[in-house]
Write a protein that binds this ligand. Structure first.
Ligand SMILES: C[S@@+](CC[C@H](N)C(=O)[O-])C[C@H]1O[C@@H](n2cnc3c(N)ncnc32)[C@H](O)[C@@H]1O
Length: 271
């Protein structure tokens, strides 16, 4: 991952700036004319974020899953193997991180099951939880059409409290989470990280890939626009979280970490 990031690094900051600047432009001006440029601009706010909803604030207030139910069918076209995700090395980052999953895997807020094909065949089982029935429906169709070589189950659940679903501590060898802590409130994200710790077996690992605060000028820009981008273009995804600090404050021992696309995304292996 490091070598690829190195070669892309030269372009990553200008590209990230361009992309990060796009979401607000999308809110203030008429949308770009071509479908492909529109897709790239709409992807920009927080990486994964999706088409603008008609009333994002009210949707988010009613349920964090509501926007995801609505856009579940179009989510993958934006979040995987698109021009923007390739340019930002996101597909590769997902693949490299998740190739490290072992044993019984719990994926938090796994959405449409975008990561399911990226787990190694040696994984013993996969349990994917998400709050959005619409996202889980898409995941179920994909798994039925192309079953992974390990047992997989999909369960509706709020990741900030999984005690009813998984009362027993230490049930998983790997907890994975990609691009989802950013849609939770800070309290919800802390709670989810606490649940991840409770549910990991001794010696188990957390694999995390998230939108993150990049620092420097890009970080300042992220700080300036994160709130507006989350409300108007990002389905609640807040792009400037200090993910590493949050992890360490939650008591995680971060064994490895790295940046993608100039630091607007970060990956972590922690225990
Ligand atoms: C940006 S998507 C990320 C999906 C997937 N992890 C990926 O990498 O593309 C955020 C996901 O978080 C889910 N979500 C939001 N709040 C949640 C919560 N409290 N508990 C569980 N899932 C939640 C949404 O339904 C959605 O599927």
């Amino acid at each position: 991952m490091a070598r690829r990031q190195g070669s892309a690094h030269r372009f990553a900051l200008p590209l990230a700036l361009l992309l990060l600047l796009s979401p607000l432009a999308g809110c203030l001006k008429p949308p770009p004319v071509t479908p492909s440029s529109r897709r790239a601009l709409l992807l920009a706010p927080t990486l994964l974020p999706l088409l603008p909803s008609s009333s994002p604030a009210s949707s988010l207030a009613s349920s964090p899953a509501a926007p995801y139910d609505k856009y579940a069918r179009t989510y993958d076209a934006l979040a995987e193997d698109s021009g923007a995700t390739n340019a930002l090395n996101i597909d590769e980052a997902r693949k490299l991180l998740l190739s490290r999953a072992t044993g019984d895997v719990l994926e938090l807020a796994g959405g449409t099951g975008i990561n399911v094909p990226l787990y190694p065949p040696s994984v013993k089982s996969l349990t994917l939880v998400d709050l959005s029935p619409g996202m889980l429906d898409v995941a179920a169709s994909k798994i039925a059409a192309s079953p992974p070589p390990f047992p997989a189950r999909l369960l509706p659940c709020d990741v900030s409290d999984m005690s009813a679903l998984f009362p027993a501590a230490g049930s998983f060898d790997t907890v994975a989470c990609t691009f989802s802590l950013c849609v939770l409130s800070p309290t919800g994200a802390r709670a989810a990280l606490g649940e991840a710790r409770r549910l990991l077996r001794k010696g188990g690992r957390l694999l995390l890939l998230e939108n993150a605060w990049a620092g420097g000028g890009v970080g300042a820009y992220q700080d300036a626009v994160a709130g507006a981008a989350a409300r108007f273009g990002g389905k609640g995804c807040v792009m400037n979280r200090r993910v590493g600090e949050d992890l360490r404050q939650a008591g995680w021992d971060v064994q490895e970490e790295g940046e993608v696309a100039g630091g607007i995304f970060r990956w972590f292996v922690a225990s």
